[in-house]
Design a protein around this ligand. Structure first.
Ligand code: SF4
Ligand code: SF4
Length: 410
């Protein structure tokens, strides 16, 4: 596609990147077939092709309004369109650039601004979020149904094995996950410990920056990224960890992009590139080890988060690990479609998120699973809010299988 970017952005790094991405799009529309919002709303401006058209217009200095922002807000940033696009259009990067421009040039209504400010303040702060969660759990019986469903019951983490192996890997303690489900990193530590790897966390390591970055507070998100780089750097620099293991695929997709997201910062560029190169999803790490084979455990449906299958282009690995550990995999139709969680999307676009969850849960239940597994805390909490079927991180199931604990219903 031909482009003529406006002066305000043409000569910046973002402008050059956006221009190169826009020029790759041939407007074929293949991507519309896999776009969840286009499937729900049927409006071309809620498809990748339509949003690309809107962003091109904005970047060329054309008119923009609250409607432009709405169509971009409705995008889940699931990146299913990137997996589908035959021309290699990097929609995810383009929408980051387009959103930043639209955010700077329009004014949101006050309630929207207030909600975003609150989420941006509270979600990345693990202690604050954890305290609010404790209060919410106490008040749970008094809350209306839709709020009750958002509050996951407490999950006991269990023991974290003391570091005893020469091989060490670094885990991200993170923000929301460490409060909602500390059991996930502890289960990962136990599984890796059995495979000869000690998992450690760095003191002071918090949010990866994805939450604020995708709430369109991109500089605040970058500050979170820099803070995490600082917390990790002593362990990385000393060479005492061989990899950085991500147990939430949403965080993994972001940390893998640090090299790019901090690429313009001369103080952090090299550290960010080193950290991105060391980052692995947990399934990649375990797949490289000798996981004992078992059989006869329960039937599980795996929900592959968009940040795993589209963001990181990792497909089939978790399913293979679950099968090797002894679980029977229930088939899941339309597995490429987003569940509607998408970071803070389910809080900011609740109606669309609820419709997507309903569709996803129908698909997940089609193979009559006893449990649902996922790879991202946001998807876990969102899905669990819509079903009585237990939803867990897949490594929690692996941990149970390796410990020989009985599987409910098996
Ligand atoms: S993003 Fe890709 S699939 Fe979609 S219209 Fe452009 S070239 Fe076609
Ligand atoms: S990122 Fe997802 S919701 Fe957004 S345009 Fe692409 S497919 Fe549609």
């Amino acid at each position: 596609m031909q482009t003529q970017l406006a002066e305000f952005i043409r000569d910046s790094a973002e402008g050059r990147e956006a221009d190169a991405i826009l020029r790759k799009c041939v407007h074929c529309g293949f991507c519309t077939a896999t776009c969840p919002t286009y499937q729900l709303l049927g409006d071309d401006l809620d498809s990748p092709r339509g949003r690309i058209y809107l962003m091109k217009r904005v970047l060329e200095g054309g008119p923009l309004s609250g409607r432009t922002r709405l169509h971009l807000d409705r995008c889940l940033t699931c990146r299913a369109c990137e997996s589908t696009c035959p021309s290699g259009v990097r929609y995810g990067r383009l929408v980051d650039i387009g959103r930043a421009v639209v955010e700077a040039r329009t004014t949101r209504p006050l309630p929207d601004r207030a909600a975003r400010a609150l989420l941006s303040f509270a979600l990345p702060r693990a202690r604050l979020f954890g305290a609010a969660l404790k209060l919410g759990r106490l008040a749970r019986p008094l809350l209306p149904g839709f709020m009750k469903r958002k509050i996951l019951p407490a999950r006991a983490p269990g023991e974290w094995p003391a570091p005893r192996h020469a091989r060490r890997m670094l885990a991200l303690a993170g923000c929301v996950q460490s409060a909602l489900a500390p059991s996930i990193n502890a289960a990962a530590a136990r599984v890796l410990d059995r495979l000869g790897v000690s998992l450690v966390e760095a003191p002071g390591a918090g949010c990866c920056g994805a939450l604020r970055f995708h709430l369109n507070r991109q500089e605040a998100g970058r500050d979170d990224m820099r803070a995490l780089v600082d917390a990790w750097w002593p362990l990385v620099e000393s060479g005492s960890v061989e990899a950085i293991v991500m147990t939430a695929s949403g965080c993994g997709a972001t940390v893998r992009e640090y090299a790019h997201l901090l690429g313009e910062d001369p103080d952090y560029r090299h550290k960010a590139a080193r950290i991105s190169s060391l980052t692995r999803d947990l399934c990649e790490v375990i797949a490289a080890e000798q996981l004992p084979a078992r059989s006869g455990l329960g039937r599980v449906a795996f929900q592959s988060p968009c940040s795993l299958q589209h963001g990181q282009q990792i497909r089939g690995k978790v399913e293979a690990l679950l099968a090797r550990a002894g679980f029977e995999l229930a088939p899941v139709p339309d597995a490429h479609l987003c569940c509607g969680s998408a970071g803070a999307y389910s809080l900011l676009q609740p109606a669309l998120a609820a419709q997507l969850r309903l569709r996803k849960l129908r698909a997940l239940h089609e193979g009559r699973p006893q449990r649902i597994a996922t790879a991202n805390i946001g998807c876990l909490a969102h899905l669990q809010g819509g079903t009585p079927t237990p939803v867990a991180h897949w490594v929690e199931l692996l941990d149970e299988a390796l410990e020989g604990r009985t599987f409910p219903g098996a």
